[in-house]
Structures are given as C-alpha cells and as structure tokens.
Design a protein around this ligand. Structure first.
Ligand SMILES: Nc1ncnc2c1ncn2[C@@H]1O[C@H](COP(=O)(O)OP(=O)(O)OP(=O)(O)O)[C@@H](O)[C@H]1O
Length: 230
C-alpha cells in the first residue's frame, strides 16, 4: 500500500530524518514514536510532500516521490497536522466542505457517512470551528481529512492537549473507521497508552533514524524506558 524507502529530509544543512524505511498495508495501524525533536513531524511532512524528500515513496504501487502535496492528497493520502489546523473562522460545515474539495466524492452522501462516525459535530455544524473545544476540533480535523475518502490516514499527535475520555473516544472512532474502511493509519505520538490501545505496529525514532520497530505487543516497558521516557 505505502512503502517509504530510504527517505531523508533536511531543512538545509544536515538530515533531520535520515534513511528511514518502512511499509504499511491496509490492516496496519503504525505508530511512529520518539522523544521530542527526533524528527517525527518532519518525516510525516516529507511523506505528505510538504517538505522535499530524498529516497523513494511508493503508494498504491506507484512511485509518487515527485508528486506535490496536492497531488498526493488527491491520490488518497490524508494528513491531520499537529495542532489540528482547522479553519477557525469557517463553520464546522464549511471546514468539512473544504475536506471534500478537489476529491471525487458525493458530498452530501459522504457528509452523512462521516457524521455517523463523529456525531458530536452534527450539533455544531453552523458554529465556527474556532469556538469548539480541543477534543471537538480534533474530531473536526480528522473528519475533514476523511471527507476526501482517503486510502491512508496520517495523524500528527492527535491526543496532544486532549482530555483522557475524549482520547479514548477518538481512539474508538479511528479503530472503527479503520476496520470498516480497511485503510492504514499512521500516527505520530507521545501518548504510549493510546499507541498500545490503537496500534498494531510501531517504529521508534531517535536522531532522525529508526532504532526499533516491531508489533505493538513487542513494545515492552524496557524499550519504552530506554527510548521514550523523558
Ligand atoms: N522549519 C524548520 N527549520 C529548521 N529546523 C527545523 C524546522 N522544523 C523543525 N526543525 C528541527 O528539526 C528537528 C526535528 O523536529 P520535528 O518537529 O520533526 O520533531 P518531532 O519528533 O516531531 O518533535 P515533537 O514531538 O516535539 O513534535 C528539531 O531539531 C527541530 O528543531
């Protein structure tokens, strides 16, 4: 489905992400873990095409390394950035509409379907995105990303600043969507509990490179202490 092959990303001199490789298939929920500043966000931006990459990126059996971010999005890669980046001055409905823009979806049908996963949003459709709570904004950001009917979903720290019961709720929605739609999910996280609940595989990054990878059951306390504790 997606293969990341020897990818490096830099902001100028020196690689921030160096020679990273992994692949995900439709049944995977991959967590990218690592301490602050190791390059997780940089890696996701590279995959999304927001930052230029060295290496090769295959998606749905096609080499998309040279595709722009917009073209990658149209091809089916969805990305929810750190901090959510919803449009605060647009209504919830307008935010969702933006998610469907440039995608070949039946908007009304898709909206109904997505709101079934995120019922809380139905109560707020005419309110501005910026007035929603953090947890509601995160749900809006994910719902907006799903409006384009993506073939893969990438999320950057979706639990950041969100209260635990809403984290559980979001985890349940993501699991349900993943199971029903059979699309892989890639999540950058610091929240280990969330990773262990939702994940099926993990990679740990240190100084821009993968130092550990495996099934989520193999993510032991010993590994967490060694590579993730602060
Ligand atoms: N626009 C930029 N220009 C130069 N350096 C940057 C830029 N953005 C990030 N960096 C640097 O790249 C490194 C990796 O940052 P990145 O945000 O990818 O880490 P991260 O693992 O996602 O961290 P966090 O968990 O804190 O979000 C850091 O040292 C950071 O200072």
């Amino acid at each position: 489905m997606m293969e990341v092959k020897n990818i490096s990303v830099s902001y100028g001199a020196g690689n921030i992400v160096a020679d990273i490789s992994f692949s995900v298939n439709k049944d995977d929920r991959l967590f990218i873990l690592g301490r602050n500043g190791v390059g997780k966000t940089t890696l996701l931006k590279g995959i999304m095409g927001i930052l230029p990459i060295k290496g090769t990126l295959y998606f749905k059996e096609q080499n998309i390394t040279k595709y722009s971010a917009a073209r990658r999005s149209q091809k089916g890669i969805a990305y929810v950035p750190q901090g959510r980046e919803i449009f605060p001055d647009l209504t919830v409905a307008e935010n969702l509409e933006m998610g469907a823009l440039y995608h070949k979806v039946d908007y009304e049908k898709k909206l109904r379907e997505i709101l079934e996963y995120f019922p809380i949003l139905t109560e707020h459709m005419v309110r501005k995105g910026g007035v929603l709570s953090g947890g509601q904004q995160q749900q809006l950001a994910i719902a907006r990303a799903l409006m384009g009917e993506p073939d893969i979903l990438m999320l950057d720290e979706p639990t950041e600043g969100i209260q635990p019961n809403i984290v559980t709720h979001i985890s349940d929605i993501l699991m349900l969507y993943h199971k029903e739609k059979h699309i892989p999910v890639i999540i950058v996280e610091q929240n280990l509990k969330f990773a262990k609940k939702l994940g099926s595989k993990f990679v740990i990054i240190q100084k821009g490179s993968i130092v550990k990878a495996g099934k989520i059951e193999e993510l032991t306390d010993e590994i967490s202490v060694k590579y993730l504790s602060v």
